[in-house]
Design a protein around this ligand. Structure first.
Ligand SMILES: Cc1cc2nc3c(=O)[nH]c(=O)nc-3n(C[C@H](O)[C@H](O)[C@H](O)COP(=O)(O)OP(=O)(O)OC[C@H]3O[C@@H](n4cnc5c(N)ncnc54)[C@H](O)[C@@H]3O)c2cc1C
Length: 446
């Protein structure tokens, strides 16, 4: 497979969303995550047999990633492939055109997007009549020097594979040394960021390392494993009593909570703002996100966190026929007066609403403004424990964990996906979790 060119060539290849001879408006949706896929499928369903539209979805990968189960994939509780869903079959059923391409730039004046295929020299100009921006966010590793080079991130499916490999590989290395200091560094796992994703990941790592891996490494003493969660507070955006429960759970399992700010990451470990160093070969960065660079480059009004300012009809301030949602958009929640927090829950609701609004706009009907009241949140803490807040009803422990499993299982996009995940969970009840590494290109060694 050829690699991406340093100097991209001219525009080549078949042109997506080519001008059609019909009057069907071209709706171009960028991003194959919760927001983009749900918008495309809902709009196609709404318009089927009623309104001719040409819907094109462009995304860097041809799969959709179910992030709420990424921690389970990273620690082997579910099979990695089972949190990925191919986009093409979903689109094909509804007549949505799909292109696996990386968006490089958006030309708002000429109403076109420049995109290329990741591993070839194919580049295209994709034209639109209406543009939907749903390119999501990436981990903000720029927050600390050295994090880009030395920290693992926790956002994509590759991250899940890398985290699991790293943890298992460090256990293998630790089993080969008698030096307690070397062993301690090898078995110190640090997660920076105690928000939803970081807390969930740390709890899952504790279960994997102390609950499962230690059994297979009899030469490693139990107290050799050190787990550190770095953040000013555990679950700072969650209701205080639930956050307090989560904190107690983590402390009770021997996880250290470090409130000093992370200052730098190096091959030696994590340096804190007060100068202390946590020696570690596995620092995972979950603190903060930054909006897609393509969105950041747009000359449009943005909130302080870089998200595009939009109104209740998802219209981007200062750009005609351009809409944004999901992690790309800062939209005011009329119930709180503050912008919606960037979650899948919000992205899915926004996408359904945007699809209905677009259909109404195209058929000349009145649009209904988006006024969603957030349902609540759930944070799984592994070992059959979670915290949940559903419209003020607060649950902790096993009931919350059971609710999390039930709700998120239902949110999986297809019946086949649900069956696969339920089977993974069932197998885990009766059999040992798979603790083999999943080596990929260049990692096999000699
Ligand atoms: C580990 C983790 C756990 C989470 N757990 C939960 C949870 O339990 N509940 C919850 O509600 N939320 C959760 N979230 C948040 C949730 O995943 C996001 O808010 C949600 O994914 C936002 O949807 P989106 O479509 O805007 O962005 P994304 O889902 O990130 O999708 C963006 C898409 O755009 C594509 N893309 C990006 N850049 C380009 C480019 N230049 N060209 C082409 N394509 C591009 C990406 O490949 C991706 O397909 C979690 C997030 C993480 C990281």
């Amino acid at each position: 497979m050829p690699h991406p060119q340093k100097n991209p060539g001219p525009v080549t290849g078949r042109v997506l969303a080519r001008p059609s001879t019909s009057l069907a408006p071209r709706i171009l949706i960028l991003g194959g995550g919760f927001a983009g896929v749900t918008t495309a499928l809902t709009l196609a369903k709404q318009c089927a047999g009623v309104l001719p539209v040409h819907i094109t979805l462009v995304s860097a990968q041809n799969f959709f990633l179910f992030t709420p189960m990424l921690a389970e994939a990273a620690t082997g509780a579910v099979e990695t492939r089972h949190v990925l869903y191919p986009i093409r079959p979903l689109c094909g059923d509804r007549g949505v055109e799909f292109g696996e391409m990386v968006v490089e730039a958006i030309d708002l004046d000429r109403r076109r997007v420049v995109a290329r295929h990741r591993r070839s020299d194919i580049r295209q100009h994709v034209h639109y009549d209406k543009l939907v921006l749903a390119l999501g966010a990436t981990p903000n590793v720029a927050m600390a020097p050295g994090a880009t080079e030395h920290a693992l991130t926790f956002k994509g499916v590759g991250d899940a594979v890398r985290i699991r490999n790293r943890v298992i590989d460090l256990f293998e290395a630790a089993a080969l040394t008698d030096d307690p200091w070397v062993r301690k560094r090898l078995l110190t796992f640090v997660v920076v960021g105690a928000g939803h994703a970081g807390t969930e990941l740390m709890a899952a790592l504790e279960e994997l390392t102390r609950g499962i891996l230690l059994r297979h490494y009899p030469s490693i003493p139990r107290n050799a494993v050190r787990l550190v969660l770095v953040g000013s507070a555990v679950l700072p955006q969650t209701a205080t009593n639930l956050a307090a429960y989560a904190r107690e759970q983590l402390l009770g399992r021997g996880i250290e909570l470090e409130t000093a700010r992370a200052a730098a990451v190096s091959a030696e470990g994590l340096t804190l703002q007060d100068g202390r160093v946590i020696p570690s070969a596995c620092v995972i960065w979950t603190a903060g996100n930054r909006v897609s660079p393509v969105i950041a480059a747009l000359p449009l009004a943005k909130a302080r966190d870089g998200r595009l300012l939009i109104n209740e009809f998802f219209e981007v301030k200062g750009a005609r026929d351009v809409y944004a949602l999901g992690d790309n958009a800062a939209q005011n929640d009329p119930h709180t007066g503050a912008p919606y927090v960037a979650t899948a829950q919000v992205a899915i609701r926004q996408a359904r609403a945007l699809a209905l609004q677009l259909e109404a706009e195209l058929t000349g009907r009145e649009r209904r403004p988006f006024r969603f009241r957030v349902l609540g949140e759930m944070v799984p803490l592994s070992r059959r424990t979670a915290v949940a807040d559903l419209r003020g009803i607060k649950l902790v422990g096993f009931p919350a964990w059971f609710l999390w499993k039930t709700v998120y299982m239902q949110k999986l996009p297809t019946l086949a996906a649900r069956v696969r995940v339920v089977l993974d969970w069932t197998v885990e009840l009766f059999f040992e979790r798979d603790v083999s590494e999943l080596t990929v290109d260049g990692e096999e060694g000699a």
